[in-house]
Design a binder for this molecule. Sequence first.
Ligand SMILES: *Cc1c(COP(=O)(O)O)cnc(C)c1O
Length: 411
Amino acid sequence: MTNSRSHPVTRAVRSGLGGGEHRSVTPPIHLTSTFEFEAFDQPGAHDYTRTSNPTRDLLAVALAELEQGIGSTITSSGMSALLLACQLLSPGDKLVAPHDCYGGTHRLLTSLSERGQFDVLFVDQGDETALRQAFEQQPRLVLVETPSNPLLRITDIQLVADLCSKAGATLAVDNTFLSPGLQRPIPLGADLVIHSTTKYLNGHSDVVGGAVVAADQELHDEMQWWANCLGLSGAPFDSYLTLRGLRTLYTRLRAHEANTEAIVALLCDHPEVAKVHYPGLADHPGHEIAGRQQDGYGAMVSFELAGGRASAEDLVQALNHFFLAESLGSVESLVAHPATMTHAAMSAEAREVAGIGEGLVRLSVGIEDVRDLTDDLARALDRVAVRSHAPNVRFRSIEPEPRDTALVRAP
Ligand SMILES: *Cc1c(COP(=O)(O)O)cnc(C)c1O
């Protein structure tokens, strides 16, 4: 058993280990949908896996410990975790959500509100005046996503928590972009923490899953009840893999962050990059708040290319060590084009309001050797430079001599 006073790094490694049948150190995986009853009216600790499962429960306990909550509900995806939190709302209730939230979240909240399940108000939560105005509408639930996707805007969790407690609203924070390794919203005043465990928590791009961690028993019971009722609990096998991924969370984060620092420095120095969005930069508008409420700046970075969409396309084509793929938080590096990928479900107007342009590129920095990543990115950016200043130059013809880019770029 894990000592509750041990360090979170140790807890992540040890949670649920030991004490098993045959004295196995690693807990077994319970791939069963159903459990035997002793007799009439005498179920065991578990009766049916939609309701509870020993393997899934181990992950739930580990995650609740790391987020400092009372309990957590493991769901089939991040989206089902958000859907679960939405069960707190009845028709007529108001939900305040960030205007630049995850694309799938935007689609879910818009679609449910169009059907009258609640009213959603999308707000720029970095704008304190807009935020205070939203609270005048007496929201029942407030959703925060910080850092936001893909611009890494920072919302002051403590400030929103204070506004929520004055207004009697429930605060849910989507902590997917940082994980409990870098940010713990519950001690800052959140009532619920939402995760797409698909990302950093599992960390190996082989599971889609989610979780809702609750700060108090009543909320936790409500989440458990609805997860069973709606049937959106996570699968035991996925839970097993996610718990295994979770054991290395803190070690992975250190490698992710070290690589990201080098990549951000490279991006800031490159003439083709018009703007870098990373909360670790002193000129980032949320830098100071991030420094206060986070234990690190994370491994997500986005940047705008001076050459717009064409340059973004060229860059992505030229990269070898970044897969062009959605998702984030895994050991391998990924590159995404939010306007056509993660945020394609948003209308063009909504994207414009959120500041997601065609030249915006997002990186999820992995844990590969740092030189492989920086060399790859530097080479790809140089090629973008060549193309944007001499659009007829073909990639292949210049590939053997990348150092000639300065010549091609002249007048
Ligand atoms: C990925 C993601 C989700 C959705 O999670 P899925 O596991 O893909 O369903 C929700 N919020 C954020 C911030 C995400 O990055």
